[in-house]
Design a binder for this molecule. Structure first.
Ligand code: ZN
Ligand code: ZN
Length: 211
């Protein structure tokens, strides 16, 4: 029997001939560009060292309060709430609070979007404005600094239809009460003390219960 060897990049065990043909790589890894493989390796390193569980220095350095969060007129996202009978943004927030998981999607006339995703224990707040190019998440001292458990992990959902897209990194998660009060404050035109709005980066590497 031929002794298999480990792929130079992943855990696949491959035939020595495959390794010889592909520079030590398995049939899957050889199809991925060297840049992407390096990026993936870097992510795995940061995950193994626990670095992904706190904001990076670059994220912290770019903290900014989007003006709309202090004085925006937040309203229901029209498509998402088209068939739900809520009078106001506050009504939608109050109704969501009674659920064990879900979303609240609010918008302003100036292109602002405030997205809340929540599970039984955690909430994630994102602010986006395509017009100004602002993409941020809310960070507080009580955000998670360890792996979000699978069953409590919050998924990013599409603001128009609520369909799940990407898993939020654990560090985006805050206690759900805190996330709800952040939305209530925004709707009432009050600032939320102790909240930093950090730029979101590419978090497509985060998997369910991992990252
Ligand atoms: Zn491989
Ligand atoms: Zn959609």
């Amino acid at each position: 029997m031929t002794q298999r060897v480990k792929c130079a990049e992943c855990d696949n065990m491959i035939l020595p001939q495959t390794a010889a043909d592909n520079d030590g790589l398995c049939a899957q890894c050889v199809k991925i560009s060297p840049e992407l493989r390096a990026e993936n390796r870097e992510y795995e390193r940061q995950l193994a060292e626990g670095l992904v569980f706190t904001p990076s220095p670059a994220e912290r350095a770019n903290s900014k309060l989007p003006p709309e969060l202090a004085n925006g007129q937040w309203q229901l996202q029209p498509e998402y709430y088209a068939e739900r009978n809520f009078e106001s943004a506050m009504d939608a927030i109050i109704a969501a609070k009674t659920e064990s998981g879900g979303n609240v999607f609010l918008v302003t006339d100036d292109g602002g979007q405030l997205n809340l995703g929540f599970t039984d224990r955690y909430g994630v707040c994102e602010y986006q404005n395509q017009d100004t190019g602002d993409f941020r998440y809310a960070y507080t001292k009580s955000n998670l600094r360890e792996q979000a458990p699978e069953e409590l992990h919050v998924v990013q959902a599409c603001p128009c239809c609520g369909v799940g897209m990407l898993w939020y990194p654990s560090r985006y998660h805050m206690p759900r009460d805190r996330a709800f009060s952040l939305l209530e404050n925004a709707v009432s035109g009050c600032e939320s003390p102790g909240v930093e709005w950090l730029e979101t980066d590419d978090f497509s590497y985060t998997e369910h219960g991992r990252g």
